[in-house]
Design a protein. Structure first.
Length: 100
């Protein structure tokens, strides 16, 4: 389990580094852009922050970015929110919108 966790964390960290470059406008040609997704629905929802180990309130309809699918033992997806929260939610809760 510990080996899988470190592998998972390194993948999420790698994706997060690319995302920071993308959001700051410093993405290079060799980097693959991370497509935005949206949290389905309206209103707010509670989601788990695996790093702080707390529940955070997130607005549905927010644009977010997938850091890693099937991140934890429950199969939830790790996502980065534009307000800098990193949370786990069910993959079914997000919808791919791609680049416009």
């Amino acid at each position: 389990m510990a080996a899988k966790k470190s592998k998972t964390s390194s993948q999420a960290e790698k994706t997060l580094k690319i995302l920071y470059k993308q959001l700051s406008g410093k993405l290079t040609e060799k980097d693959e852009a991370i497509p935005p997704v949206i949290i389905k629905g309206q209103g707010s929802m509670w989601a788990y922050d695996p790093f702080s180990k707390i529940m955070v309130n997130i607005e549905r309809g927010s644009i977010v970015y997938v850091l890693e699918k099937e991140y934890d033992s429950q199969g939830r997806t790790l996502i980065y929110c534009t307000n800098s929260d990193i949370i786990c939610i069910e993959y079914e809760e997000i919808e791919e919108i791609g680049f416009n």
